[in-house]
Design a protein around this ligand. Structure first.
Ligand code: SF4
Length: 460
């Protein structure tokens, strides 16, 4: 989310004449885009702010601005921050880079082109640095009140961007070579309910699916209570929407879910997971788990463990509970010893490694469609539609030898597998997936084009 916001803020500033610099010492403007989902992220942002003090002393004209989760939406909430961090010129709302632009030198005028910009916090990326994939925030904030979570307090209520605005942004990325977008929201499946006409995530998928030159659409993060059958069906029906669902369950015990203020039961969640798998065959399901929530007994943790064994998620992101000041759970006694939290976390990791390995083995000898993102350690690296990391070698001695594969779709025959990644060789066939309009690699033109395929082939 922060990565996407950094790009948007960077783009707004580029339009006023600022350019990106990798060297923080050269910057005339430094923006720290902060995360406070965990205490460690907040501590790291504060440490970074402290390190900017000397730069500010060295360059009196340096502007330091802070945005992201550390900045509360209301003005009065920002006041204590100005006192605590006097080296910061502006704390601004991520959705409102205009307030930043207004305080820059010569407000209302374009700054000198040589003025440099640093967009920091979660990676340094702006327009000129966009690669094959891009993140696009489509809904900000959250209307839920999970007892452990700081997000609603920091990001406020849900606010959706319009379909037109999102489509325009993505078309701009596609012109610069982006082939895959990940639509982002804390509760992405709540998208649109606050907009006139109440469009939903499926409507957004249909609109984005029509963008020419875009090949893949991903989406994160879904809330189990907001996921509708229409949305699940649209993933099955639309050729560009990847068959990957991130549906955080958080715990496999109903009493813990209640204490977490997650508004569903384990039984509800299991039905939803089954519906996803039945409706979208071959789809991958990932989840998030918190272990060691206040009061979690061995038996309750065992219920979570057994849920993971039953559902066999493709990916599990597990975290040990840590209290966040300001949340309801912070008023509960954090009574699960650190050692027990660690043991539970490691038990989930071990279980998941075995499950992930067995899923990987299913790929052996099969062709997997890969969108190539970059070259790493002498191999080309990309992802399957179900988000598996795939590596392959330069196909020496073939017609593809020496080709720059970045941004290309390729079928890779999988030869060796590990739990988290697959390795193979170029299959030499164009990528063929569901639907009629498909991106097909065209080696002669060294590009990819969209062609109409007969339905019989498209549905193979
Ligand atoms: S749904 Fe719950 S965990 Fe997710 S952002 Fe909202 S409050 Fe936080």
């Amino acid at each position: 989310m922060n990565h996407a916001d950094s790009i948007r803020i960077g783009s707004a500033l580029e339009q006023t004449g600022y350019t990106f610099t990798e060297q923080v010492d050269n910057a005339d403007l430094i923006i720290l885009n902060t995360c406070s989902v965990r205490q460690r992220a907040e501590d790291s942002a504060q440490g970074k702010l402290g390190s900017l003090g000397p730069l500010k002393k060295k360059n009196k004209d340096l502007v330091v601005a802070v945005t992201g989760c550390m900045v509360p939406p209301q003005e009065e909430g920002k006041r204590p921050l100005y006192k605590r961090f006097p080296m910061v010129d502006l704390f601004f709302d991520t959705l409102d880079p205009q307030s930043l632009i207004e305080i820059l030198p010569e407000p209302g005028c374009a700054p000198e082109p040589e003025q440099a910009l640093s967009v920091g916090g979660t990676g340094l990326t702006i327009q000129s640095k966009i690669g094959v994939t891009a993140f696009v925030s489509v809904i900000h904030g959250c209307n839920y009140t999970c007892s452990y979570c700081i997000v609603p307090l920091r990001r406020g209520k849900e606010k959706s961007r319009t379909i037109d605005e999102i489509v325009t942004e993505i078309k701009g990325y596609v012109k610069r070579g982006v082939r895959e977008v990940t639509l982002l929201g804390q509760t992405i499946d709540a998208y649109g309910h606050d907009l006139p006409g109440r469009p939903d995530l499926a409507d957004l998928f249909y609109a984005v699916n029509q963008i020419e030159g875009l090949w893949r659409i991903r989406f994160l993060t879904s809330h189990p209570k907001m996921m509708s059958y229409k949305m699940i069906k649209s993933v099955a029906d639309l050729p560009k929407v990847c068959e990957y669902f991130n549906l955080p369950v958080q715990a496999g015990d109903n009493a813990i879910l209640k204490a977490m203020k997650r508004p569903y039961t384990v039984e509800f969640y299991e039905k939803l997971a089954a519906t996803v798998r039945e409706t979208v065959p071959g789809s991958a399901l990932s989840t998030d788990i918190i272990v060691g929530f206040p009061g979690e007994t061995d038996e309750q943790f065992q219920h979570t463990y057994e849920l993971l064994e039953r559902i066999r998620f493709n990916e599990v992101h597990v975290a040990a509970y840590s209290p966040r000041p300001g949340t309801l759970a912070n008023t509960y006694e954090d009574n699960v010893p650190l050692e027990v939290k660690r043991e539970r976390l490691q038990a989930v990791e071990r279980l998941q490694e075995g499950i992930a390995r067995s899923y990987s083995q299913e790929f052996l000898g099969k062709d997997v469609e890969v969108l190539v993102e970059t070259r790493e350690k002498g191999k080309w690296k990309g992802r399957s539609r179900t988000n598996k990391l795939v590596f392959f070698d330069n196909p020496t001695g073939t017609e593809y030898d020496g080709l720059d594969w970045t941004g290309k779709l390729v079928d890779v025959t999988i030869e060796t597998v590990g739990p988290w990644s697959l390795v193979g060789r170029v299959a030499g066939t164009p990528a063929v997936r569901k639907g009629r309009l498909l991106p097909v690699f065209n080696a002669e033109a060294d590009t990819a084009c969209e062609v109409d395929l007969p339905l019989s082939i498209a549905n193979k």
